[in-house]
Design a protein around this ligand. Structure first.
Ligand SMILES: NC(=O)c1ccc[n+]([C@@H]2O[C@H](COP(=O)([O-])OP(=O)(O)OC[C@H]3O[C@@H](n4cnc5c(N)ncnc54)[C@H](OP(=O)(O)O)[C@@H]3O)[C@@H](O)[C@H]2O)c1
Length: 233
């Protein structure tokens, strides 16, 4: 029986590359994001896998929206082999200028959403299933102007580490990926002079993640820390 994969934010960047890898390896993939245009492009790009790809509109920052997508997931799949909490957002700026709405949105999307989606679909995660939460260099280090993003990603790391211990008895693996700068759309709305040429490629980041989470046997990669050869950009 082929594996079932749920990936949040699989319509762009690292998530999209993961979707393509799972599909190419004969797995069923359910993904979602907010923008219909992104959903349409993904469906078009992956049309040869249309029977194995389910792609919906859902805002992971909105509890009602997660309730709806969870119902859909429970309808489509009897079990989930891989749950990838990938979707994420960022806004940067000095503490004086952080708008409380933006702060709350980052927490909702990067922290509360992954928690709530995991809770809702937990009944489908069985012995041998794997959860991957997408962290960042900003899960382990602070940067000026990045306090809201860093707080959300540090929080996600705490959630991930607790979840790993909690789910060990059920033999569900929990992986935290800490990713350095990767050339994706997430940088496009951030003020700054970003050196995109020195960043990692989303396809290569996805490939390394895929290889490490599909290992079978006695080894679990609890943590992945991937950085561009140039280091912190
Ligand atoms: N790129 C980097 O340098 C880097 C480094 C470290 C960690 N990361 C993390 O890697 C993950 C993927 O980011 P990326 O770089 O691949 O960015 P990306 O290209 O911007 O992709 C983000 C994906 O998440 C979706 N998304 C954003 N907000 C959402 C929401 N509220 N509800 C549902 N879906 C939402 C986006 O689609 P819609 O816009 O259609 O919603 C898109 O599919 C994120 O968690 C990010 O924090 C990235």
């Amino acid at each position: 029986m082929s594996s079932n994969v749920v990936i949040s934010g699989g319509t762009s960047g690292i998530g999209k590359m993961l979707v393509k890898l799972f599909l190419a390896n004969n797995m069923n993939v359910l993904t979602f994001s907010r923008k219909q245009s992104n959903i349409n492009s993904l469906k078009k790009e992956c049309s040869e896998f249309s029977k194995n790809l389910y792609c919906y509109q859902c805002d992971i920052g909105n509890i009602k929206s997660i309730d709806l997508i969870s119902k859909e997931i429970l309808k489509k799949f009897k079990k989930i082999d891989f749950l990838i909490n990938n979707s994420g957002t960022n806004t940067i700026g000095p503490i004086e200028k952080i708008n409380i709405k933006d702060w709350k949105n980052i927490m909702d999307v990067n922290l509360t959403g992954p928690f709530y989606l995991t809770q809702k679909v937990l009944p489908l995660l069985k012995k041998g299933s794997l959860i991957l939460n997408m962290g960042s260099l900003a899960s382990r280090q602070g940067f000026p102007g990045w306090s809201s993003y860093c707080s959300s990603k540090f929080g996600l790391k705490g959630f991930t580490e607790s979840l790993r211990e909690e789910l060990r008895p059920k033999k569900i693996r929990v992986v935290h990926a800490e990713i350095g700068a990767t050339d994706t759309a997430i940088w496009d709305n951030l003020d700054g002079d970003w050196n995109k040429e020195s960043m990692m490629k989303d396809s290569e980041v996805a490939e390394v993640i895929f290889r490490n989470i599909t290992i079978k046997g006695s080894v679990n990669v609890d943590e992945l820390f991937l950085m561009p050869p140039a280091g912190i950009l």
